[in-house]
Design a protein around this ligand. Structure first.
Ligand SMILES: C[S@@+](CC[C@H](N)C(=O)[O-])C[C@H]1O[C@@H](n2cnc3c(N)ncnc32)[C@H](O)[C@@H]1O
Length: 166
């Protein structure tokens, strides 16, 4: 069996959202409320030229996960369907790392104001990367196993947290 190594990561900042307990399943671009990240002072120089991008990836530690990761999961919107944890976006995974793509609204000193986020207030930020046109857009991307679910169009509204009639 391959040796398993534990790694230590440095928190680079904190994510601020209006969500104390309930957050959308994925970021909602048009979400109201204030969403921003605060970067620790020692990392602020690393924001140079970031503001030239429209979108960024935020990579964070889902610090409020308490359940032990299981290899089979059932996303809350998936009507009981089970899939492997790595075929899901569940935060309850061996390394509870989350990834959200958000639009930059403004950068003021060590604060990046963004479009809506799907994380609880106070979530520790691990990294930021620019979302780069063509490099990150895959024109043949699909919905994977979600395509086989009946009522897929309705489910994708749930996944994206888009308000809709039931
Ligand atoms: C389905 S996950 C998706 C996260 C990310 N967009 C991704 O795809 O990796 C979003 C959910 O994670 C949960 N969550 C958000 N912040 C969290 C935190 N700090 N600790 C534990 N769970 C969190 C909330 O229930 C939220 O609805």
């Amino acid at each position: 069996m391959q040796e398993s190594i534990n790694y230590r990561l440095e928190q680079i900042g904190i994510i601020k959202t209006p969500y104390q307990n309930n957050a959308p399943y994925q970021p909602v671009d048009t979400d109201g409320g204030e969403f921003y990240v605060i970067i620790n002072p020692e990392y602020v120089d690393g924001l140079f030229e970031l503001g030239a991008f429209h979108y960024i990836y935020l990579i964070y530690y889902a610090d409020r996960v308490t359940r032990k990761a299981e290899m089979m999961v059932s996303p809350p919107w998936a009507e009981g369907k089970k899939v492997g944890v790595f075929a899901s976006r569940s935060p309850v995974r061996p390394n509870p790392i989350g990834l959200s793509i958000v639009r930059i609204k403004n950068i003021v000193e060590n604060k990046i104001y963004t479009s809506g986020l799907d994380v609880f207030d106070g979530t520790p930020l691990l990294d930021i990367k620019p979302y780069i046109k063509d490099l990150d857009d895959k024109s043949d991307a699909n919905y994977g196993w979600i395509e086989k679910m009946k009522d897929m169009e309705h489910l994708t509204l749930h996944i994206k947290g888009i308000p809709h009639d039931y």
